[in-house]
Design a protein. Structure first.
Length: 355
């Protein structure tokens, strides 16, 4: 691929890229070269993901597999290093056999202990942090989906981050889905800047009243208003998925909310899809450095030589707030549809399947 072609990031190019045929499977294949167009024509050479302190195993989910933490871990004095604790899903492997993504926890209390058990269809994880804080997750496999049930008392500003940058994938596009998985909105993700593209607020995805409050009752006077509110709720984002804009990369992967009415403190367990720029190998720099500091990219290869190499990589991240409460999510990797119109369909089917 020529430099000029890599710089073409118009919607026309994206449409063309999304219409190619699927790749053949290649178990544990090496990541293909990454196009520097995502994050700028002057992006630095891709860095490896930061090292994790807990061993991992593989959970098969039919059409794809996920890498999950497992075994026992006791942190040294002072707790585990920042950004070194794997999240419930560390990476996934689909059609081309390449492990993609890098999932880790970003928490204020340090991890002290971890226990994880893995069998053919289920994983149980317990993270124990300072001051008795815990995060528990059960992952189960069903119909080419991984279903997550989480319980956390970590509180606000603690995250599970799934960084889509790694594995030669570099998603440059994606989409958001509503709760029923029947409507979607396309997203363009060039990673030239820091920007939250989608915010999922689970508390706003249901008409269920707050505890102790009676459910709304439709009357002659308020029926139209309730119907309008219900329609608005149905269209709010409840799922995000990302994909590469390059023709040869077929993977679509993402998370969605399920069984929202049963969540506890749903307003504390939100999800965001971000375009981020960060220093190679330093996840903390994605939000501790302001956007103006990181504005050294250009999509034009002609001006890249004038600016010089950027200091920052362009990362697409799905950031899941751990908060205090319970949450039920789904994760899946699927192939792209054959045309732009069909692109979300394989992923939509995973979302629409019964919990």
């Amino acid at each position: 691929m020529t430099a000029s072609r890599r710089s073409v990031l118009s919607s026309v190019a994206l449409v063309a890229a999304m219409s190619a045929l699927a790749c053949a499977a290649a178990p544990d294949a090496k990541p293909p070269p990454i196009s520097p167009a995502v994050g700028g024509a002057n992006s630095p050479k891709p860095s490896p993901p930061p090292k994790l302190v807990i061993q991992t195993g593989v959970l098969g989910a039919g059409t794809f597999s996920v890498k999950v933490p497992t075994g026992s871990y006791e942190a040294p004095k002072g707790g585990a290093p920042n950004h070194a604790v794997p999240g419930p899903i560390v990476a996934f492997k689909a059609a081309d056999g390449v492990w993609r993504g890098h999932g880790y926890l970003e928490t204020y209390p340090r991890l002290l202990r971890f226990e994880g058990t893995l069998d053919k269809t289920r994983v149980r994880l317990t993270y124990t942090f300072e001051k008795g804080k815990t995060y528990r997750v059960e992952l189960t496999v069903k119909d080419s989906r991984v279903l997550l049930a989480e319980t956390s008392d970590l509180g606000p500003r603690n995250l599970y981050v799934f960084d889509c940058y790694y594995g030669g994938w570099l998603p440059a596009a994606g989409f958001a889905l509503n709760l029923r998985g029947d409507r979607h909105a396309f997203l363009y993700l060039p990673c030239y800047y820091d920007k939250p593209e989608v915010t999922i607020r689970p508390a706003g995805l249901t008409m269920q009243p707050k505890p102790g409050m009676p459910p709304p009752v439709a009357t002659k006077d308020n029926a139209a208003l309730l119907a309008a509110v219900a329609k608005q709720v149905q269209q709010r984002p409840a799922a995000v998925a990302v994909t590469s804009g390059e023709a040869a990369k077929r993977d679509v992967a993402g998370f969605w909310c399920r069984d929202v009415a049963s969540w506890r403190n749903a307003d504390r367990m939100g999800i965001q899809l971000w375009q981020r720029r960060q220093l190679p190998g330093d996840p903390a720099s994605r939000h501790f450095l302001g956007p103006e500091t990181k504005s050294d990219s250009t999509p034009n290869p002609r001006t890249a030589a004038l600016l010089g190499q950027s200091l920052y990589e362009g990362h697409v991240t799905i950031e899941l707030s751990l908060g205090r409460g319970t949450r039920r999510l789904g994760f899946a990797a699927a192939a792209k549809g054959k045309t732009r119109k069909d692109l979300p369909e394989p992923f939509k089917k995973r979302v629409q399947a019964n919990p």
